[in-house]
Design a protein around this ligand. Structure first.
Ligand code: PEP
Ligand code: MN
Length: 343
């Protein structure tokens, strides 16, 4: 990171940018009220060899110790990123309520859930067509037929769709339907898939791996950002700990800590963390109150008959009451539910 002197001229700034670019690095200009800072993104060795210390207009070089340069809050003057998806804002003081079934099972189940969550003010609709299952013998999702049903739900309700991509070979049909691509916990470190999405023009919801540190999560997001896709949201969905009383341990400390480290929106998934319906509401309220930028939650008209994750899915008939509570908790953290397309 090259900090320019307060009185550095535009010429001096541009000269530094040109020198950074001459070694194949990217120069990200950040103009503050007081000083201009140039982030040199590329091979650290090459940039160091330029010996910019002492160059005209340069005040000092600050090595960025954080290896996630693009995800880091440092380059944005501490301002949070606000994504816009189908006219709905997410991030800053805009709170997203993302809801829908674990997986697309049938036309009726998908459309009725989409209608219910839309009625209750959801921001986005979720549903998997490609499912990462622990057992290769378990239901793997409806695939292309699932995508078709998601497209129908979107056409009817107007809700933008979040759906998971597991295999880069499915990217084209998936991008025809998805407004946000979810990368599941098990693929957080599938770097080839992340880079592929970095080259696509689509927002990404990146879930934290089951045993991933926050730095590993941020480095994974960097694979997407580095390719030019800036629309990334992070998602805390529970991590593995020694505790066995519930499915995963929802790491709510990650929310304020991530918000300090990165400008990217932070979403919480209470459903997969808890694995149990009765825990989903209290965890959602806590997540909203602690400052999450949104919640992604599973809802099903008849969870007892669900093909997967039945025990944790909220009953659709109870969803409106749940949404109202979450909205109130988000307000505690100064956030407003982003339900209808902004003006
Ligand atoms: C899901 O959202 O349906 C899912 C499988 O989540 P995770 O990758 O967090 O387990
Ligand atoms: Mn699920």
């Amino acid at each position: 990171m090259i900090v320019m002197k307060q009185d550095a001229t535009e010429e001096q700034i541009q000269a530094v940018v040109a020198r950074v670019e001459s070694v194949g690095a990217r120069a990200q200009l950040s103009r503050g009220e007081e000083v201009t800072v140039i982030g040199a993104i590329g091979d650290r060795e090459h940039v160091q060899r330029l010996e910019l210390e002492g160059a005209p207009g340069v005040d000092k070089l600050v090595p960025i110790l954080k290896p996630y340069k693009l995800a880091s809050s440092q380059l944005h003057h501490g301002e949070p990123s606000v994504l816009e998806i189908g006219g709905r804002k997410i991030g800053g003081n805009h709170f997203a309520l993302i809801a829908g079934p674990c997986t697309v099972e049938s036309r009726e189940q998908t459309l009725s859930t989409a209608r219910t969550v839309k009625e209750a003010g959801a921001t986005l609709f979720r549903g998997g067509a490609y499912k990462p299952r622990t057992s290769p013998y378990a239901f793997q999702g409806l695939g292309q037929e699932g995508l078709r049903l998601l497209a129908e739900a979107k056409a009817e309700t107007g809700l933008p769709v979040v759906t998971e991509l597991m295999d880069a070979r499915d990217i084209e049909p998936l991008l025809d339907v998805a407004d946000v691509v979810q990368i599941g916990a098990r693929n957080m470190q599938n770097y080839a898939l992340l880079a592929e999405l970095g080259r696509a023009n689509i927002p990404v919801l990146l879930k934290r791996g089951l045993s991933a540190t926050l730095e590993e999560l941020l480095m994974a997001s960097e694979y997407i950002l580095k390719e030019g896709n800036e629309a990334v949201m992070l998602c805390e969905r529970g991590i593995r700990t020694f505790e066995t009383a519930y499915r995963f341990t929802l790491d709510l400390t990650a929310v304020p800590v991530l918000k300090e480290l990165t400008h990217l929106p932070v979403i919480v998934d209470p459903s997969h963390a808890a694995g149990r319906r009765d825990l989903v509401t209290p965890l959602s309220l806590a997540a909203a109150a602690v400052g999450a930028d949104g919640i992604i939650v599973e809802v099903h008209p008849k969870p007892d008959e669900a093909i997967c994750d039945g025990p944790q899915q909220l009953v659709a008939a109870d969803f409106a009451a749940y949404a109202a509570k979450v909205e109130a908790a988000a307000a505690i953290a100064g956030k407003e539910l982003s339900a209808v397309p902004a003006g």
